[in-house]
Design a protein around this ligand. Structure first.
Ligand code: C2E
Ligand code: MG
Ligand code: MG
Length: 708
């Protein structure tokens, strides 16, 4: 019932749209039939249109075909197209709940292109039909004399298309009224058209080709021709016309004269030119777009061009999104316009294109080495420095530029683009406001790291990961009270890899979730084994949690499931959370942490002091402890110099943490001096090479090691 009801209301909406469509077309007065008739012609187009509008992805081919079908429905003239485009643009949201303007614009672009193609095809078909009819009556004229002569005259004079009879010498023999109107819309020539050569009417640029074609016809080498050419009217204006012509032979089967059908297609031509411009130009900045840049690149690399090397400079504005987000899209658009204008000025004769969003590129043919490109990049950066004034805003923008330059024999267009993109991302990562030149060696290193990270999930399945455990020792007693689980990858090709080589990348591509699941399970399983072996003296296990895991829905359930499956007492599990993970969404993080705490899991903030280390959030977070980042301990020097800045920070951190009832762990304790100084400050737990490096479970000495 429900579904049926909805469907019928959908059909009703579609009918309503067809009515509105017929209405606007009637208003634009392009109907030679009644409104109901028009509606009937339009109705079959509405269902596919709605389907296109509401589908997940735009079917470009179908959108084009729909445009062609609209052309064939014979609602002629660019106005008919315009009112149609406007109707779809303005009504699709309300009627069909399609609110994505980009999507609708894309559809309309394809629809228009299809419309132009459709017009061309239907013109050609109509001309051929008419020509066949004219030829038939012309033939009859020869044989059946007067009756047919009358018929021929009727077709000739009544036809809406221009018809001309042209002698073998290229002189007009006769033209019909439509043809006369075409060339002389204002009735400038009173007299009958004198026998003038057709070349008098053909545009000089198109005359040689047309005469050539005509000669093929008159000499009998070809029987028909069709094509488009420019013609000059009596008032000297120029029109584009589509011509279909055929040779008529006499009774002796010798070429006699030529009949041509001529139709004005100027509007369609303008439409095509506009479409072509739209295809290759960015709507906002009017700069050439990515398609044009790519076409130029392909051409430069093709055999036809004499270009030997190509330089590409990809540019990306730093922090453009913040402008959009904080000041709105209108300011963002204005800024892009100003940037585009400056860039064009700065790039001199080189081709500037807007490739997407806030990305631009400059293409340099045959640069004088990479130096020229670096100078250009420097010049562009300097030129972008003065603030942009948009309304009452003064916006200071910087950009990241990536440079790649190669000989055309050495690479191919896509690869050159990728190289410039890679270099740009290096400039961006280095802080922006700078340029970077592509370096194949660095690129190879990064590409293999990416490949490495993407193989993480499969490696988890193959059991290539292994946990090492590092002692966590109580300062006062010197007892080993816990261990931190640190992951290692026994890579079949590269050997033993430390987390620095894959954790960040795995975090970026999301595979940390699968890896983290394995780490947690394995660590809990191991801790349970120790608990069974050693009873209350068994160490707790401390497991690192990546920000991505914390934000992952379902992660909490996973933790409790693992605890349940392994049978580990939750108080023997400690989770290490970085400040970064908490800062993204403090409320959500707090909720998650509170649930874990209620489950009995211990929580500590890892690498404390490297993030924002805000006191206020530390007070609010439901954690048990913090781990002072190793870099502060390293700053203490060999003997734990008590005068350094780092030592004062450590002192303050310990005091503060204790005031909040937090357990303080110090990482990277490497010397006896550091250990004793930290102990004297009342630091609770130590971790570091002085107490033992991370090792496999069998290498781990679970008896109390030396006290610091
Ligand atoms: P972290 O959690 O701060 O771990 C401590 C790191 O300091 C470990 O490096 C450890 O080997 C190193 N270290 C320990 N004692 C000393 C010392 O005395 N001197 C010096 N210089 N370094 C010491 P590791 O194992 O390379 O791990 C690096 C980081 O990778 C870890 O930092 C942690 O953030 C991350 N990580 C390791 N395992 C995992 C994991 O299973 N999951 C997640 N998400 N991250 C992990
Ligand atoms: Mg850690
Ligand atoms: Mg740490």
């Amino acid at each position: 019932m429900q579904v049926g009801g909805r469907r019928s209301s959908g059909a009703a909406t579609n009918t309503r749209f067809a009515q509105e469509w017929a209405h606007v077309l009637a208003d634009a007065s392009y109907l030679s039939w009644g409104r109901a008739d028009a509606e009937e012609r339009l109705r079959p187009l509405v269902d596919p249109l709605v389907e296109l509008l509401t589908a997940h992805q735009l079917d470009r081919g179908a959108a084009r075909e729909l445009g062609a079908r609209f052309a064939e429905a014979r609602f002629r003239g660019t106005n008919a197209l315009q009112v149609t485009l406007r109707l779809i643009r303005t009504r699709s949201d309300e009627l069909f709940a399609v609110a994505e303007p980009d999507r609708v614009a894309e559809l309309l672009g394809e629809f228009t292109a299809g419309y132009a193609d459709g017009l061309r095809e239907s013109t050609q078909r109509e001309q051929e039909t008419l020509l066949a009819a004219v030829l038939q009556t012309a033939k009859d004229t020869e044989t059946a004399m007067r009756a047919s002569e009358k018929l021929f005259r009727a077709v000739f004079t009544k036809a809406a298309a221009g018809i001309a009879l042209v002698g073998l010498d290229g002189q007009f023999l006769d033209v019909n009224p439509a043809m006369r109107r075409l060339f002389d819309p204002d009735g400038l020539s009173e007299t009958e058209t004198p026998p003038r050569p057709i070349t008098d009417y053909v545009h000089a640029d198109d005359a040689p080709a047309l005469i050539g074609e005509l000669r093929e016809l008159t000499t009998g080498r070809k029987d028909s021709l069709h094509g488009e050419a420019r013609f000059v009217r009596l008032d000297h204006s120029v029109i584009w016309a589509h011509v279909t012509a055929s040779l008529v032979r006499n009774e002796a089967d010798e070429p006699d004269y030529v009949i041509g059908i001529v139709e004005d297609v100027t509007e369609r031509h303008q439409l095509r030119t506009r479409l072509r411009h739209q295809t290759y130009h960015d709507q906002l900045t009017r700069l050439p777009n990515r398609s044009l840049m790519e076409e130029q690149l392909r051409w430069a690399f093709s055999a036809d061009s004499s270009v030997e090397s190509v330089g590409l400079c990809h540019l990306d504005l730093d922090g453009f999104r913040a402008v959009n987000d904080s000041l709105g899209h209108q300011v963002g658009d204005q800024l892009l316009l100003s940037v585009a204008a400056r860039l064009q000025l700065l790039a001199g004769e080189h081709l500037v294109t807007r490739t997407s969003g806030d990305e631009f590129s400059v293409l340099v043919s045959d640069p004088m080495g990479v130096e020229e490109l670096c100078e250009l990049a420097e010049h562009i950066l300097a030129g972008l420095t003065p603030p942009f004034v948009i309304g009452q805003h003064r916006l200071s923008m910087t950009a990241s530029l990536g440079i790649a330059s190669r000989a055309v024999t050495e690479t191919w267009p896509e690869e050159l683009q990728r190289a410039a993109d890679a270099a740009r991302s290096w400039a961006k990562r280095a802080g922006g406001g700078r340029w970077a030149v592509f370096d194949a060696e660095r690129d190879a290193g990064e590409t293999s790291q990416f490949a490495l990270a993407s193989s993480v999930p499969a490696a988890v399945d193959r059991g290539e990961f292994q946990l090492y455990y590092q002692p966590l020792v109580q300062f006062g007693s010197g007892e080993l009270i816990g261990v931190e689980a640190l992951v290692r990858w026994r890579h079949p090709e590269y050997g033993l890899l430390g987390p620095a080589q894959f954790i960040d990348l795995a975090e970026n591509n999301g595979s940390i979730v699968a890896l983290g699941r394995w780490v947690l399970t394995e660590a809990c399983r191991q801790a349970k084994r120790w608990a069974e072996e050693l009873g209350p003296a068994a160490p707790y296990v401390s497991v690192n949690v990546a920000p991505r895991q914390l934000a992952e829905p379902g992660w909490l359930d996973e933790v409790s499931r693992v605890l349940e499956q392994t049978g580990l007492d939750p108080c023997r599990l400690q989770l290490e959370i970085t400040e970064r993970a908490v800062l993204v969404d403090e409320t959500a993080a707090s909720d998650t942490l509170r649930t874990l705490r209620d489950m009995g899991v211990q929580l500590t903030i890892d690498d404390f002091g490297t993030g924002y280390s805000s006191l206020s959030y530390l007070r609010r977070l439901p954690v048990h402890g913090l781990k002072i980042d190793g870099s502060f301990i390293r700053g203490l020097g060999e003997a734990g110099t008590q005068q350094s800045k780092d030592s004062k920070i450590i002192e303050a951190l310990i005091t503060m943490a204790h005031a909040l009832d937090l357990v303080v762990t110090a990482e990277w304790v490497e010397t006896a001096g550091q250990a004793s100084w930290l102990a004297s400050l009342g630091c609770d737990v130590a971790q570091g090479n002085w107490y033992g490096p991370p090792v496999t479970p069998t290498q781990l000495n679970l008896r109390p090691p030396l006290a610091g």
